[in-house]
Design a protein around this ligand. Structure first.
Ligand code: HBI
Ligand code: FE
Length: 287
């Protein structure tokens, strides 16, 4: 079928919104842009990103240089955790997204940001999707979590709880922190693909850092226009996966139809607080 992307391009996609990655079409300049984005992140990530992220970069050979060919990448990933990477031209509808994840397929953009978008892009490109998300899919526990998330999403269809599912994704897969023996580390893709937020999330006294709680997270609004005001910390990927073992049905029963949510910076009774942030960054931005 033919769709129009949010950037106004007309593209033919399969029923599941996938396209051919068309790897041969990337120019030398685009491969070089990937390499510069990669090098910039490697300046900040050592000592900040979780070891499993670096293990994934290594075992999937993402450090070889250039935009990865999804066929080769999928072969390596398949051998480790049974996941594949499929190409999409844009964000895909929620139900389609959940179906891909539930079947261990990660949809990744078939385009790279332009030079003008080097520092900031709104729509996830191949650098965010592959560099940010794919390394952890080589970790068996995280890989199972993302599949469980997709299944939870499919079960949410028609229950009016999609916002709750999106918050869970946002605060874990995109912006999660993890406590390790070496200290607090980043694992969320939105952080590991952003040089400024990689530092802010760990070192700024502005944001809250609270211990992860599935139902609390599902009720908390988030910001898409700035750094997060709250980061949720897990102790292990097992903890994250464990939280999704419980059936989501009873949770959806409690959340369904609730239209109020906690504000992004709110700290409430019952939260386990590591940092009660000053929120100076958010008020500077507002001023
Ligand atoms: N589509 N390609 C793509 N990538 C995403 O991260 C994505 C999506 N569609 C929906 C979606 N994310 C979110 O709404 C999830 O939080 C549910
Ligand atoms: Fe993402």
């Amino acid at each position: 079928m033919r769709i129009t992307t949010r950037l106004g391009r007309e593209v033919d996609v399969a029923e599941d919104y996938t396209v051919d990655q068309n790897w041969a079409h990337f120019s030398a300049e685009e491969h070089a842009r990937w390499d510069r984005l990669y090098a910039r992140q490697m300046e900040v990530l050592p000592g900040r990103a979780v070891q499993a992220f670096f293990d994934g970069l290594d075992s999937l050979k993402l450090s070889d240089g250039g935009i990865p060919d999804f066929e080769e990448l999928s072969e390596r990933l398949m051998a480790r955790t049974g996941w594949r990477v499929v190409a999409v031209p844009d964000l895909v509808p929620d139900a389609v997204f959940f179906d891909h994840l539930a079947n261990r397929r990660f949809p990744a953009g078939n385009f790279i940001r332009t030079e003008a978008q080097f520092d900031y892009i709104q729509e996830p490109d191949v650098f965010h999707d592959v560099f940010g998300h794919v390394p952890l899919l080589a970790n068996p526990v995280f890989a199972d979590y993302l599949e469980a998330y997709g299944k939870g999403g499919l079960a949410a269809a028609g229950r009016g709880v999609l916002a709750n599912l999106a918050r869970l994704y946002w605060y874990t897969v995109e912006f999660g922190l993890i406590q390790t023996a070496e200290g607090l580390r980043i694992y969320g893709a939105g952080i590991v693909s952003s040089p400024a937020e990689s530092v802010f999330a760990l070192e700024s006294d502005s944001p809250n850092r609270l211990h992860f709680d599935l139902e609390r997270v599902m009720q908390t609004d988030y910001r898409i226009d700035d750094f997060q005001q709250t980061y949720w910390v897990i102790d292990s990927f097992e903890e994250l996966l464990g939280a999704t073992y419980q059936p989501f049905g009873p949770i959806y029963d409690r959340l369904e139809g609730r239209t109020d949510a906690y504000r992004p910076a709110q700290v409430i009774e019952g939260d386990t607080v590591y940092t009660h942030g000053t929120q100076s960054h958010a008020s500077d931005q507002a001023a």
